[in-house]
Design a protein around this ligand. Structure first.
Ligand SMILES: [Fe+2]
Ligand SMILES: [Fe+2]
Length: 235
């Protein structure tokens, strides 16, 4: 998302939107989606869309703030790779939140950050909690948001939600593995993370997060390599 001359400029081409619309039926009924889009595009109120975007913004900011706290805790515990992982996720979540904020601004709504009590524990607990939260987003939060957006079919809102959802899904398998560890075994999972070589890069358009240097355009938003930012390990 970007702004030019005070006007919001959609970063999504029509071709990209059509592509994303073609995968939307995984969460929405295609016929209902098409019919409602035709009926309601241009309604000008976007009440439901504003509600979803507001909740999505708060959810992503809450995740961002937790990851910032988790990073700090991991550094205190001298778990460099865990801190690096949390730091990369914190940046990705911020990209998602800012995308929603920008769409809301374009719709004339300034969103205020809600006050949230952060729950920061030890790194092993933080890792397990974050894995559970990520799975919630993948399995229920984003599919629900997309179903709700179906009614008004605001193009940028749907595309932005799809980007966030797909970016979270990039690590679904790894996250599932993490949630299997309990008690003593979480320690083993942390040790494993600490042994691998990580080199995080984040697409600043959609929040896609890679743990290696990208060699091709973003898998999620299809933007060029130039949109990736290398994430430096926190100190
Ligand atoms: Fe996110
Ligand atoms: Fe991307």
């Amino acid at each position: 998302m970007r702004e030019e001359g005070g006007l919001r400029v959609s970063p999504f081409s029509r071709r990209e939107f059509l592509y994303l619309a073609s995968v939307l039926p995984f969460v929405c009924s295609p016929s209902a989606w098409a019919a409602q889009r035709k009926a309601q595009t241009g309604s000008g109120t976007w009440q439901q869309t504003l509600g979803v975007l507001g909740r999505a913004y708060q959810a992503e900011m809450t995740a961002h703030e937790h990851y910032v706290g988790y990073t700090q805790k991991a550094l205190e515990e001298e778990l460099g790779n865990v801190a690096y992982l949390f730091h990369a996720f914190s940046i990705s979540e911020k990209v998602h939140a800012e995308n929603y904020q920008l769409i809301l601004k374009g719709l004339g709504t300034e969103v205020e950050r809600a006050v949230v009590r952060l729950q920061i524990a030890d790194s092993r607990t933080n890792l397990r909690r974050s894995a559970i939260k990520e799975l919630e987003k993948i399995k229920s939060l984003y599919p629900d948001f997309l179903r709700e957006l179906e009614g008004e079919s605001h193009e940028d809102a749907i595309v932005s939600c799809m980007y966030s959802w797909k970016s979270h899904r990039q690590h679904e398998q790894k996250i599932k593995e993490l949630t299997k560890y309990k008690g003593f075994f979480v320690r083993a999972a942390v040790s494993r993370i600490e042994r691998v070589k990580l080199d995080f890069h984040i697409c600043m358009v959609c929040g896609a997060t890679l743990d290696r240097e990208p060699t091709s355009p973003c898998d999620i938003c299809n933007r060029s390599l130039a949109n990736y930012r290398k994430v430096e390990a926190p100190a």
